[in-house]
Design a protein around this ligand. Structure first.
Ligand code: NAD
Ligand code: LMR
Length: 338
């Protein structure tokens, strides 16, 4: 194998080490679950990100093939592959950002919570590795059910004594991406001009788009509000049903994950005014975790913003969201205490 495909150690033939080709400074990013439906396009897009100097691709299957393929792209990041649990520690050591799309996806008829039994254990193991090998890394957690996997990760980090709530972010960016797209369709705008805050969590009624706060300012009829809220809340199910057993959103998710990871890296670099929605430890409501706008900086989610004024429709939606969220959060916390 050439150096980047030697799954354990580099042979020393490569002079690149962990510097981006051409010498540009950058961040070290690991993707856990890199050979999956999300992982592969996510790896490709991260290889194209000029802020990334080293890209570690870890999976329990097919990591060598994906690594060989991605490593031929003539962009700066140096790619290395890591296959299976014995190589998890090497994959994680020294990372600035760890993105986790590892775990099983839904099939038609399933809820995200139906994935809990398999994905909870996967997330726990991967987070134990992070606590040990890169406790200061920012973690972007994609694996479902996000409403429970983020509390699981928090408990693992607490147990290891490495927990910093600012560095653990559940990725809800796909809800924002969908909301921007669907709202733009209704308004007849370019989606790139639209910004819809989506708060709460990442499942059904916990996905709460704040249509009263859309930018540019606009108003919706009650029918439009109902249509948009339902479509945004069920966007994941729309894709699961269209794929008819072949999985859930992967391409739009990879796009959303890269948009979010890039914002985290720009925050780490020290750029000002980076604000995105994420599911984080929060005091915005009485729940310990909640998705809302956060300001990303050198230490992660440095500020968690309040929800701002809600209309009556959103206030009712918030109560429903909190009820379901409370159960999912508690399920995650209880899992790690068994
Ligand atoms: P997939 O089955 O195509 O890929 C998952 C990958 O994870 C596979 O390559 C698998 O080998 C790997 N994996 C399994 N166990 C692992 C372990 N212990 N360590 C490392 N890798 C492991 O699934 P997918 O479509 O890529 O979806 C992945 C997850 O992302 C699912 O849980 C899905 O529900 C979730 N998801 C979340 C969002 C979101 O908005 N947060 C959006 C879409 C999908
Ligand atoms: C999504 O929103 O697309 C993901 O959470 C995957 C799913 O199961 O819907």
């Amino acid at each position: 194998y050439p150096p980047n495909l030697q799954m354990e150690e580099s042979s020393g033939l490569s002079r690149a080490n962990c510097r981006a080709k051409g010498g540009a400074p950058g961040f070290k990013v690991a993707i856990l679950g890199a050979a999956g439906g999300i992982g592969q396009p996510l790896a490709m897009l991260m290889k194209m990100n000029p802020l990334v100097s080293a890209l570690h691709l870890y999976d329990v299957v097919n990591a060598p093939g994906v690594t060989a393929d991605i490593s031929h792209m003539d962009t700066g990041a140096v790619v290395r592959g890591f296959l299976g649990q014995p190589q998890l520690e090497n994959a994680l050591t020294g990372m600035d950002l760890v993105i986790i799309p590892a775990g099983v996806p839904r099939k038609p008829g399933m809820t995200r919570d139906d994935l809990f039994n398999i994905n909870a254990g996967i997330v726990r193991t991967l987070c134990e590795g992070i606590a040990k090998c890169c406790p200061n890394a920012i973690v972007n957690l994609i694996s479902n059910p996000v409403n429970s996997t983020v509390p699981i990760a928090a408990e693992v980090f607490k147990k290891a004594g490495t927990y910093d709530p600012k560095r653990l972010l559940g990725v809800t960016m796909l809800d924002v991406v969908r909301a921007n797209t669907f709202v733009a369709e209704v308004l007849g705008l370019d989606p790139r001009e639209v910004d819809v805050p989506v708060v709460g969590g990442h499942s059904g009624v916990t996905i709460l788009p704040l249509l009263s706060q859309v930018k540019p300012p606009c108003s919706f009829t009650p029918q439009e509000t109902e249509y948009l809220t339902n479509r945004i809340q069920n966007g994941g199910t729309e894709v699961v049903e269209a794929k008819a057993g072949a999985g859930s959103a992967t391409l739009s998710m990879a796009y959303a994950a890269v948009k979010f990871a890039d914002a985290c890296l720009r925050g780490l670099r020290g750029d000002a005014g980076i604000v995105e929605c994420a599911f984080v430890a929060s005091q915005v409501t009485e729940l310990p975790f909640f998705a809302s706008k956060v300001r990303l900086g050198r230490t992660g989610a440095e500020e968690v913003y309040q929800l701002g004024p809600l209309n009556e429709y959103e206030r009712i939606g918030l109560e429903k969201a909190k009820k379901e969220l409370a159960v999912s959060i508690q399920k995650g916390i209880s899992f790690t205490r068994k």
